[in-house]
Ligand binder design. Sequence first.
Ligand SMILES: Nc1ncnc2c1ncn2[C@@H]1O[C@H](COP(=O)(O)OP(=O)(O)OP(=O)(O)O)[C@@H](O)[C@H]1O
Ligand SMILES: [Mg+2]
Length: 206
Amino acid sequence: MSSESPDELNARESVLVERQYAALGRFDEETPDIYRRPIELPDEVHQWIAGWGGRSLFLTGAIGVGKTHTAWKTCRRWLEAQYGPGQPWQGTPIISAWRSTALFDALRPDAPDGEGRVLSKKLQKVDLLFVDDLAAARPSAWTQERLFEIFDERYIRRRPVIITCDVLPNQLSDVTGPRVASRLAEMCGDSIVLLEGPDRRQGRAA
Ligand SMILES: Nc1ncnc2c1ncn2[C@@H]1O[C@H](COP(=O)(O)OP(=O)(O)OP(=O)(O)O)[C@@H](O)[C@H]1O
Ligand SMILES: [Mg+2]
């Protein structure tokens, strides 16, 4: 039996809730301004969040349809659903968001002080990894190996990734190497969401 009084239990509970709000606040601060605006999420994304069981999510579609905005909002909703107030305390979640070009750059062999290897170890473990525009650049063979280390560990441990990309997972081999593309296909399963419509930037400029 707990020796804590109801007041002590309530105080502990409110500290945990405060921490959960703080984690959401930190994520909001990291979110670029234009992607903080509320948007409607597709039904498939709501279903992915609600039925999440370690599966990853792949958002695809043409330029400007809203992949990146949808991904930021999905990360936020996932964070709320898994770690937000009302959920049991599981520690402070770590979400890491990267544009693929910056990620490939940071993983290069000539990154200072072996930071590429340190980063790949870190990205193996974060609670949620979001890589934006995965097919935007072609990594070197060395960087593909680091990507393999990251994705293989996440694949084995069933740690989720959210990917945005203008091609489908089965067309990613040239970019990520075949082993990463194969793992990603299984990690996402049928959680591949095609966003359709016009380039929303054109609409805005008119
Ligand atoms: N569901 C939405 N409702 C309203 N505006 C949206 C929605 N999704 C995205 N936008 C807006 O449309 C613009 C383009 O969105 P975003 O940058 O997410 O596109 P993208 O598909 O990632 O483009 P790219 O392929 O060039 O990276 C942004 O201004 C964004 O805020
Ligand atoms: Mg984008």
